[in-house]
Design a protein around this ligand. Structure first.
Ligand code: SF4
Ligand code: SF4
Length: 404
């Protein structure tokens, strides 16, 4: 069922600064806590301390009786894959909020069809089902959507979002920090892209197919969803070429705060990156939603120096991204830009990439999936989704020379 309404969060937008100030979003305080691994006690202690340093979760919940905890469960990936928020972190966050809220719900809207069967599979694989069973929290199977008017949006004025998350009295985001082939990194800002229901994500990908437009869309969605609080799982992170072909590395950090822009700035700084290395943060800075420097937020908790993480590799460490190359070179893109190539012998012909491609560029051939490069926008959603790691990334000779 689709409801059409103007939600109070969006009405808040008319008085955005006051609304944000009331919710502490203009307050750039973030907490930083070392966490060496996903052992239950260590994570509970780190998450508890991260919340406590900010005055506890009571202030975030306010008068709300129900809380929705939005994990990153974008795919049916295992907890130790580094792709999804680790369930031990979600579990610890649930327990914190259960101290002050009557009802806690956990969920996400994964890529692909937004239906109960898909949600069940994703919750099972990512460990969220176990978290719900152990804590008594509810798992979200509500697939209703809401069409929202969003007059303050930079690139989108009307949005379709998941009703259960948007209408939650208190929305808490528990993001994962990792590299991302399209946005460079994904973390506290982009986690709210998961408030967009399954296949609508693909429609938005197709409509906003440039890096800058998509980053603006991510920021618009983040603002429309207006999360109340963020916890960041950066204990294990993925760097390099994104979820499926990057490397899982130990960063050892739990961080929290009401301001996702501050939190994203912090984790970038810890990783030795610049604010501009996150396309969504770059968009937020350009739009005046947060300062561009590295020192505008206050860090509470452990020493930043002790938690610095060297050598975080971005997907494209060179001058031009794949996407930019594909766009600027237009018809010549086949000579420059990297392209997805499903490998015969590895591809199981499961057709999941066929369903998820926002441009309908993939079909099943006789031995493997095949990509129509005239349609492909190099978003690499197929690469992120493919559980068989069957999609290799190929770059023509000219592209290799140009990219260095
Ligand atoms: S490339 Fe991956 S997702 Fe696509 S059909 Fe092959 S195995 Fe399935
Ligand atoms: S083929 Fe892959 S990279 Fe190309 S548009 Fe489709 S999902 Fe994106």
């Amino acid at each position: 069922m689709t409801a059409s309404s103007v939600h109070p969060r969006i009405v808040d937008w008319a008085d955005r600064e006051t609304g944000m100030e009331k919710r502490g979003i203009l307050d750039g305080k973030v907490s930083l806590v070392a966490c060496g691994g996903y052992g239950r006690e260590a994570v509970e202690s780190a998450v508890g301390r991260a919340c406590e340093l900010l005055g506890g979760v009571e202030g975030m919940v306010g008068d709300a009786r129900s809380v929705f905890i939005k994990s990153n469960a974008v795919f049916a990936a295992l907890p130790d894959s580094g792709i999804v928020t680790n369930p031990e972190v979600v579990r610890a966050v649930v327990m914190e909020f259960q101290k002050v809220a009557e009802h806690v719900t956990i969920g996400d809207s994964p890529g692909g069809p937004f239906n109960k069967a898909m949600l069940k599979r994703v919750y099972e694989r990512t460990g969220l089902e176990d978290v719900a069973r152990d804590t008594g929290a509810e798992l979200a199977f509500d697939t209703r959507t809401v069409d929202l008017s969003f007059p303050g949006g930079e690139v989108i004025k009307r949005l379709k979002l998941c009703r259960a998350m948007i209408e939650a009295e208190c929305l808490v985001s528990v993001a994962k920090f990792k590299s991302h082939r399209f946005m460079n990194v994904t973390g506290p800002i982009k986690n709210l892209y998961g408030t967009v229901p399954g296949t609508t994500k693909l429609a938005y990908h197709s409509r906003f197919d440039g890096e800058r437009e998509f980053a603006d869309l991510v920021v618009d969605i983040h603002l429309a969803a207006e999360p109340d609080f963020h916890v960041l799982d950066a204990v294990d992170v993925i760097d390099g070429d994104g979820s499926r072909r990057g490397s899982v590395r130990k960063m050892g950090v739990i961080a929290a705060g009401a301001n996702a822009f501050a939190l994203e700035s912090l984790v970038l700084r810890l990783a030795g990156l610049e604010p501009s290395d996150s396309k969504p943060l770059q968009a937020a800075i350009r739009r005046g939603l947060c300062p561009g420097g590295a020192d505008w937020f206050e860090i509470l908790g452990d020493s930043e120096d002790a938690l610095r993480f060297g050598g975080f590799r971005l997907p494209s460490e060179n001058l031009f991204s794949e996407h930019t190359l594909a766009k600027i070179s237009g018809r010549m893109s086949r000579y420059f830009a990297a392209t997805p190539y499903p490998l015969p012998g590895v591809c199981t012909m499961c057709a999941k990439c066929v369903d998820i491609c926002p441009r309908g560029a993939i079909s099943l051939g006789s031995r493997a999936a095949e990509v129509d490069l005239r349609r492909c926008i190099r978003c690499f959603c197929c690469d992120e989704l493919c559980e068989s790691k069957a999609i290799s990334v190929r770059r023509p000779l000219l592209g290799r020379i140009f990219k260095g």
